[in-house]
Design a protein around this ligand. Sequence first.
Ligand SMILES: Nc1ncnc2c1ncn2[C@@H]1O[C@H](COP(=O)(O)OP(=O)(O)O)[C@@H](O)[C@H]1O
Ligand SMILES: [Mg+2]
Length: 372
Amino acid sequence: MSTITEAQIIAALSTVNDPDLKKDLVTLGMISDIRIENGNNLSFTVTLTTPACPMKEQIKQSCIAAIQAQVPDVSAIEVKMSSKVTSSCGHHGHNHGGHHHGEQHTCSHERPLKDVKNIIAVASGKGGVGKSTFAVNLAVTLAKTGAKVGLIDADLYGPSIPTMFGLLDAKPEVVEKNLIPLEKYGVKLMSIGFMVDADTAVVWRGPMASSAIKQFITEVEWKELDYLIFDLPPGTGDIQITLVQTIPLTGAVIVTTPQDVALADVSKAVSMFRKVDVPILGLVENMSYYELPDGTKDYIFGHHGGEIFARTHGLAFLGAIPIDREVREGGDNGTPYVLDHPGSATSEAVNLAAMEVARRVSITNAECSATK
Ligand SMILES: Nc1ncnc2c1ncn2[C@@H]1O[C@H](COP(=O)(O)OP(=O)(O)O)[C@@H](O)[C@H]1O
Ligand SMILES: [Mg+2]
């Protein structure tokens, strides 16, 4: 015999708020499968907006505490944590008042990437800051949580995904004129490096680069994805413009190094996304510090530059990733660092930054669906 009711459980869980979305779990529709079995054994499912939710454990504990406080007769509680990634409302870049060819514009009936829930651009002011390294480790980290993830190497002039995934000789299959993305470490991949020699891409002119990017969007079988990540070239050139005009981006992640934040290039990249109304999910500071064997952090290039830049520019700070020789080695030998060194301090830093990205995506999606 059970003496508690589903209504009591719902009432208790209505007092638990999602800390980011600022509404209670019942109103948000996150509670399901409430079961009360013999002897007041309770189980239910909480469905979060991303499998990479940094608040997962906190939310679970809050549920348990609320039930223990408000329904004291419950004898055992089992909380099943699940997730369903929310879709971007689709922010779309303006056209800068300039001309562009409308055939692949999202106003057409067949919106490109319609089964892709969120599109994230990883950008930077200048090259060599670790943008590709972060994009790769972000992709595999999200995939490890169970999300469906794709990664496009949009740096046509310096593709690095083939090297970083150990796929230098791989070629994507073509089926009925569509490219099938390669897949490794749970991530679907496309790079110009799979199609042409690395040195051919360098001489590409703007219009060719734009059409290559459009091809990656419209002629690749991405199928269903929770997150599609674009590893952009540095700066604010043709490829960036093409991207924001061709598809609705959920948001952009800016990667900097501490010594790079002082440069005007970072501000220019921030301004570019703002000008075209692409939300900036936040800023990641890479090569922030060097961790000494005793665990202390040596801030070789100064302390908290990225965090201060983020604050003064009204951006979320997504995290700081140390300089780590093994990060570079992982990039060179084709094994993303986080897969080879799970649990290390550096992996933990990458993991936190990746979860912050997922969290900002969820918040952005909730905010924009609330204003519709
Ligand atoms: N946190 C890090 N620690 C050590 N080396 C890094 C780190 N991040 C990136 N690197 C190395 O720095 C170089 C540039 O990184 P990359 O990701 O290619 O930069 P970008 O895409 O911005 O041009 C690569 O050799 C990479 O392995
Ligand atoms: Mg790169």
